[in-house]
Each structure stands twice: as C-alpha cells, then as structure tokens.
Design a protein around this ligand. Structure first.
Ligand code: IPM
Ligand code: MN
Length: 356
C-alpha cells in the first residue's frame, strides 16, 4: 500500500559503495512508482569513512538509525587506507560483525547464480557450466568460530567453535523452507569426520529434516564440497553450513559465476529484519571512476524487497530487468564480452530502470 513508508537505513560505506548505492536507490525509486509503495531512505556513515569522521566504523547515530529502520541496505566497507588499524578497530569487524551480532542476523543467504547470458565469463569449462547454475549458500552468521571464546597467551592462541542446538535448528529450518521454494534439495556441509561441533550440527540437521520429508537432504564434508561444486555445479541447490565453512564456500561459489560484481546477499534474523549487501567489496582500484558494476547492489536491494518486505513480485521484476539488460548486451568492464556494449555504473543503472 502507498503511504506506509518502509524505512530503509542506507549505509553506502567506502570505495565503490556510494557509486553502486546510487544506482540501487534509483531502482528503488522506480519500484515505488510501479508497485505503489514508498521507501523512506536515510543515509548514514559506516566503515572507513565513518572511522575518519567519527573515530569509529559504526557510529552510535548510524546504529540508532538502523534500529529505527525496517531494513539496512549496506554498500561495502574497508580499503587499504584502514588496513593497519588495531584488530578491534578494523572496519570489517567493527562495522560488519557488530551489525550482524547486534541484530542477530543469523541467516546469511548468498546466491551464486551463473546466468546463461554470462556462462562464458565463468572460469569453469563450458561443458561443466552448461546453461549456468544457481547455488544458494546459506551460512550461519552469528555463532561458531567467529563468535566463540578466543584468546592469546605468550605461547598459544585459540578460537572456540561452539554451536547450540537452537542455533543449528533455526538455520536448518531456513534451509529446508528455502529449498521448498526452489528445487527442494539441501546439501548440509560440515566436517563431521573430525569436529565434534560438526557431528552435533549434522545430527540436528537430520532431526529437523524429519519435518521436511518433501525436501531431499544429503551431506558433504567441507573439503569434498569445495571440490564437488567445481565438478558438478548444476547438481546443487541449497547448501547449508557453519559460519567459517560458509565464508569459504560462498567465495568459491561466487568466483565460479565469473563475476563477483553480480552477487547479492541477505543477512536476516527471526523477525525478517535484514541487512542486504553485495559480496564484491569496496574495489578500491576502481573506486570513483564510475565503472563499477552496480548489479550486486541492485540485486541486494531486490533481496531486501523479497525477504524483509515480502514484495516477491517487485524482487522478480528487478531480477528480470537485470537479465534483460544483460540480454540486450549491456556490460560493465568486469563482465565485458566481445561484441557487447561496454557501459559505466550509471548507464547500467539506467538500462535496468528502463526495463522495469
Ligand atoms: C564476508 C567477509 C567477512 C566475513 C569479513 C569481512 C569479516 O569475508 O562477509 O564473507 O568473514 O564474514
Ligand atoms: Mn568472506
């Protein structure tokens, strides 16, 4: 309905963040008209630029804005300028990990979609890619080794990997429910031949699966999984895994699509509040040049519409417009192919808006 005014905290951050964010906001404007909604977008500082201005990568005002909002649309943070900050002030940790924990964003959805239009951009052999693939890595995001006890003494250091039953149950449910909307296949990835926490993880996933008999479940060890997705990417649908393994697996899956500038992500809590961000990072080498690919940021905004606002039709519209722009030959430098139209960030945004 119009007038309801969904509140979005917009945190562009560093590097190419602000440039690609501008295009995502343009797309949201077009959605407002087409789908008769209003978005109240408020921008705030985050990351290295926030550290420079306010002495912290996540200023209290920014956190307050996020708390008052219905969703966070995040750009990216960090860059060489801030690489040498002390470990507790590192902008990735101070901004990203804090936001994840603060809002309990335990479910991280990372789609690795290799569109048929871009299949030749994949580093995988053409016979392996076929018409493309669509893998959704679901990564547990607020527990495990990232958030366990950690410490360092003179002669040793440690990071504890601990999972509680409820933490495994809730991410398993997300995986099965999501798979139901897709091809109905979940692959659980762990290291249960060695790790106690993985044996526990697998057992709980199997238990939760009893409530989802319509969904097929199989299991892979993480080392084997990294190999199998390279060999037969088209055989996978949803992959559910722990925080650390999901970090690794999602980078690999992203690279397999050939274009990190295309990959969106969602980090969601029990109430469907979420933070939505591209997977590509700040790309300091091309920042400010107007050539970055805005598609990941635009698709992140689309994921926000679907997962937090329940606007599936608007999500699908954006995804279709992106595909149509690609079909019509529009390419930013990172995905440029012979015979296609090379465009900058703004033109790509315009091409997508025009197809909405
Ligand atoms: C990611 C990133 C982060 C992570 C870093 C920047 C803390 O690699 O979102 O995958 O490890 O989770
Ligand atoms: Mn990562």
């Amino acid at each position: 309905m119009s007038g309801t005014g969904k509140k979005i905290a917009v945190l562009p951050g560093d590097g190419i963040g602000p440039e690609v964010m501008a295009e995502a906001l343009k797309v949201l404007k077009a959605v407002e008209t087409k789908h008769k909604v209003t978005f109240q977008c408020t921008t705030a500082d985050v990351g290295g630029m926030a550290h420079d201005k306010h002495g912290t990568a996540l200023p209290p005002k920014t956190l307050e804005l996020c708390e008052k909002s219905d969703a966070i649309l995040f750009g990216s943070v960090g860059g060489p300028k801030w690489d040498n900050l002390p470990s507790d002030q590192k902008v990735e940790r101070a901004a990203l990990l804090r936001l994840r924990k603060h809002f309990n964003l335990f479910a991280n959805l990372r789609p690795a979609i290799c569109y048929s239009e871009l299949a030749s951009a994949s580093p995988l052999r053409a016979d392996i890619v076929g018409n493309g693939f669509d893998i959704l890595v679901i990564r547990e995001l607020t527990s495990g080794i990232y958030f366990g006890r950690k410490g360092e003494e003179k002669d040793h250091a440690f990071d504890e990997m601990l999972y509680r039953r409820d933490e495994v149950e809730r991410i398993a449910k997300v995986a099965f429910e999501t798979a139901r909307q897709r091809k109905g296949h979940v692959t659980c990835v762990d290291k249960s031949n060695v790790l106690q926490s993985s044996m526990f993880w697998r057992r709980i996933v199997n238990e939760v699966h009893r409530g989802y008999n319509d969904v097929a479940l199989d299991h892979l060890y993480i080392d084997n999984a990294t190999m199998q997705i390279l060999r037969r990417p088209r055989d996978f649908d949803v992959m559910v895994t722990t925080n650390l393994f999901g970090d690794i697996l999602s980078d690999e899956a992203a690279m397999m699509t050939g274009s990190i500038g295309m990959l969106a992500s969602a980090s969601i809590n029990e109430k469907k509040f979420g933070m939505y961000e591209p997977a590509g990072g700040t790309a300091p080498d091309i920042a400010g040049k107007g050539i970055a690919n805005p598609i990941a940021q635009i698709l992140s905004a689309a994921m926000m519409l679907k997962h937090t606002f329940g606007m599936t039709a608007a999500h699908d519209d954006i995804a279709m417009a992106v595909r149509q722009a690609l079909k019509d030959g529009y390419r930013t430098g990172d995905i440029m192919q012979q015979g296609k139209k090379q465009v900058g960030t703004k033109q790509m945004g315009d091409a997508i808006v025009a197809r909405l």
